[in-house]
Write a protein that binds this ligand. Structure first.
Ligand SMILES: [Mg+2]
Length: 361
């Protein structure tokens, strides 16, 4: 009997992934590398066969090279390949540029790697495909690099989608085309199916998603335990994991330690103002609002005082208002004369600010 699925999940989730990130950066910076097999790892000839492939370009991949493979094995598969040691400082700078683009769109970003993140854009007016197009365009414009994006209503499908159309592609998986997509997926492409699991499936003639979906929950559980239960839901495109953006973003703020301790109320006020401006700028750029305003004060004897004011609705991001509140707290807890070593302001209990005034296009 055919099963019928009705997807009630109305979220808009993107998975963004740069194509062969480290290799693409090196090819961008050195055009002579572009038509050669390029492997980002130490050269096994120089490292006595040690080393692991971090990334390979698509020419090397066609020869069977893939990340996590030993550099020595990669050398056997692609004897003429160029080996380059990774330059993580460079990749981190580019990664920051890419993540900054994500945060111009939403604060609901879950960074997965230097070149990879999930975005929950459910609250945006624009369609997912419009936003995906915009992100790819901005990444290309600002970094010269191509990316692939999976668009769907959950993280599982978004991730499978970005991988499906690599390099430089967008895959949209809707509740209508979801089962077709999953049915044709090779068993090894489901999440968590490694070599051993794949071989076990092949022994029972399960090689794709359609066949996987033919197995019952009990069959899968008895064969693969917890993993089997998970695959039962994967074959049906069901996944309720949330984009874990808050994990990254508990509070936003800044603190400053003073080489010359502060003794004067006017200096305290002007430092509070600098901290407030910095905090407000970050919050605005990330479309965040916060309900709890935190003030931290440390004196020259390392006594630290923290105070927080929580409101029912988010604090307006007004410099004057926040400085005034910080000053009031300061006057309450500090008596003259004082000698202040550190001041800090931060906002917690964060939530998305409204996207109304957002103009992406
Ligand atoms: Mg990548």
């Amino acid at each position: 009997m055919a099963e019928i699925f009705i997807t009630t999940d109305r979220r808009k989730i993107l998975h963004v992934d740069l194509d062969a990130f480290y290799a693409q950066v090196e090819m961008r910076d050195n055009p002579l590398l572009r038509d050669k097999a390029l492997i980002i790892s130490g050269n096994p000839d120089e490292t006595k066969g040690r080393g692991v492939v971090t990334t390979a370009n698509y020419i090397a991949r066609k020869l069977g090279v893939h990340s996590a493979m030993s550099a020595a094995e990669a050398k056997r598969l692609a004897p003429n390949a160029i080996f380059l040691s990774p330059n993580f400082n460079k990749y981190r700078i580019i990664s920051k540029q890419i993540h900054d683009i994500f945060y111009t769109i939403t604060n609901k970003v879950e960074p997965i790697a230097l070149d990879e993140a999930y975005l929950d854009i459910t609250e945006l007016q624009q369609s997912s495909t419009e936003v995906a197009g915009y992100i790819r365009h901005e990444i290309l414009r600002k970094t010269g690099l191509t990316s692939s994006i999976g668009v769907s209503h959950n993280k599982l499908l978004a991730k499978l989608g970005s991988k499906f159309n690599k390099p430089n592609g967008v895959t949209v998986i809707t509740s209508e085309n979801m089962l077709c997509f999953l049915d044709e997926l090779a068993i090894g492409d489901f999440r968590g199916v490694g070599k051993k699991t794949r071989e076990k499936f092949e022994k029972i003639h399960i090689t794709n998603g359609a066949q996987l979906r033919g197995l019952t929950y009990e069959e899968l559980r008895s064969l693969f335990g917890k993993m089997g239960e998970n695959l039962y839901w994967q074959a049906r495109g069901v996944h309720f994991g949330e984009v874990a953006w808050q994990r990254q973003q508990q509070s936003i703020g800044k603190e400053e330690t003073f080489g010359q301790f502060l003794h004067d109320e006017a200096d305290v006020q002007s430092e509070f103002r600098k901290l407030a401006v910095a905090m407000i700028n970050v919050m605005k750029s990330r479309h965040l609002a916060g309900r709890t305003f935190n003030v931290k004060i440390r004196d020259d004897a390392f006594n630290t005082i923290t105070r927080a004011i929580t409101r029912e609705s988010p604090w307006p991001l007004s410099e004057d208002l926040l400085v005034k509140n910080a000053q009031n707290i300061f006057e309450d807890v500090i008596t003259l004369p004082f000698s202040i070593r550190l001041l800090g302001l931060s906002m917690s209990n964060l939530q998305s600010s409204t996207f109304e005034e957002m103009t992406l296009f």
